[in-house]
Design a protein around this ligand. Structure first.
Ligand code: URA
Length: 269
């Protein structure tokens, strides 16, 4: 294991076995070792996925649109253009979250990315900045990705929900069912080679199961019509609260990386 990998493991806060009389190590230049402080995040609870439905195309701009009455909310077919999809998401009024959001959080990253990382929903900072995983959990996610050789800008990052649930509560099933078609459309456009779901909410909704995360991680799943390989790991916010599980997250990340190498014949990310 090289010094670069050591620095990444340190950034994740994972202890390494070092021989008793080993000389002290120096972190390689240019490698940022992030330290992340614990944060308090509401405990994740169960959410059962509903059948995805198509979102409505809304022309009204933020701020504070009124949500459509369920009777006037009509499904739309997926689109073949990232810009059109982004506009749709920005104007979405399919559920009550449009009343409390600052802005929608579409997703960020390389539209040619082979890796798609999927989280739960924007938090306060993401709602402010309009970008997923920019808070402390995002810093840890960046370190996790870097640990397997993936700088943040080389992947695409999206969430199950495009709007922040008030007080960071869990997504409601009706919110998920109205929002999932946007993610499905993103997946159809991106055509990722592999997906990494972080946290129970993302995992359960993608797999339409209420199985606990412990039963979902550590094995290879597949998603959608394209049968895209899907690996599950812990949410970085959970890892900030429970650093003792970082070792297991590291195993998941190595598993994801090995799966990617296998399906691409060892190719680069
Ligand atoms: N947690 C998530 O699941 N997604 C974000 O974008 C930020 C925090």
């Amino acid at each position: 294991m090289g010094p670069l990998r050591h620095a990444y493991l340190d950034a994740l806060g994972i202890d390494r076995w070092v021989p008793r009389n080993a000389p002290p190590e120096v972190a390689p230049q240019g490698v940022e070792t992030q330290s992340v402080a614990p944060e308090s995040v509401a405990p994740e609870s169960l959410t059962q996925a509903s059948q995805p439905a198509q979102p409505a195309l809304a022309k009204h701009a933020n701020p504070r649109p009124a949500p459509l009455e369920p009777s006037t909310w009509t499904p739309l077919p997926p689109v073949a253009d990232w810009g059109v999809l982004r506009e749709r998401v920005a104007g979405c009024m399919a559920c009550d979250l449009c009343k409390t959001r600052t802005q929608t959080v579409f997703g960020v990253g390389n539209q040619q990315a082979e890796w798609l990382v999927i989280g739960e929903a924007p938090g306060a900072e993401e709602d402010r900045q309009g970008e997923p995983f920019v808070g402390r959990a995002g810093q840890l996610l960046n370190a996790m990705l870097l640990a397997i050789g993936l700088p943040r800008e080389t992947v695409f990052i999206a969430n199950i929900l495009k709007c922040r649930p008030p007080a960071n509560r869990d997504p409601k099933p009706e919110e998920v069912s109205k929002c999932l078609p946007y993610l499905s459309n993103q997946i159809a456009l991106l055509k990722p080679r592999i997906m990494l779901a972080v946290g129970r909410i993302a995992a359960q909704n993608l797999l339409a199961t209420d199985a606990p995360l412990a039963r979902l991680r550590g094995k290879l799943h597949h998603f959608g019509e394209a049968n895209t390989p899907l690996v599950i790991t812990y949410h970085p916010a959970y890892l900030l609260r429970t650093p003792s599980d970082k070792r297991k997250a590291w195993e998941d990340l190595k598993f994801a990386r090995a799966t990617y190498s296998r399906i691409t014949g060892g190719g680069a990310a």
